[in-house]
Design a protein around this ligand. Structure first.
Ligand SMILES: C=C(O[C@@H]1C=C(C(=O)O)C=C[C@H]1O)C(=O)O
Length: 140
């Protein structure tokens, strides 16, 4: 007999509830979160299946998703590192300006930064740049 998508990923089929397709329903009616919570309280562990972890319905899709998620985690680590580096460089500029008698914030420069992000990423780019500026110089 060939394995079904359910057998391959641990997902349960033929349920209308979205969670049901990800292995949260059992014949005794105990949900995954409920069982995981009970396992947590009991100090025992309960491992999620690939289908539940990824939302995939086949092992092939689960493999693609897991691999791509590893790449995303690595990218996020680099992005966070770059943001921290940006904060440090921005602090050097702000300190130099404040020490020289100037102000921490330079709005015309911030407009330039916002414009660069908007140009590259569209409207959400502006929101992203606002968050970066807030991280780098605090709220104004
Ligand atoms: C870093 C500077 O100082 C502040 C911080 C900015 C930033 O983090 O990009 C931009 C403008 C200033 O409000 C700067 O003037 O270049």
């Amino acid at each position: 007999m060939t394995a079904t998508a359910t057998e391959k990923t641990g997902a349960t089929e033929h349920h209308d509830h979205p969670d049901a397709a990800q292995g949260s329903g059992t014949p005794d009616g105990t949900g995954t979160a409920e069982r995981a919570g009970a396992a947590e309280r009991a100090g025992t562990t309960e491992k999620k299946g690939a289908g539940e972890r990824t939302g995939a319905r086949t092992t092939e899709a689960a493999g693609v998703i897991s691999g791509a998620r590893e790449r995303i985690d690595a990218l996020d680590d680099r992005i966070i590192g770059l943001i921290q580096e940006r904060m440090a460089v921005s602090a050097v500029i702000q300190e130099a300006r404040i020490t020289s008698g100037g102000r921490r914030v330079n709005l015309s420069r911030e407009m330039e930064v916002l414009g660069r992000y908007r140009e590259a990423l569209g409207k959400p780019g502006t929101a992203l740049a606002m968050t970066l500026l807030e991280l780098c110089r605090g709220r104004i």
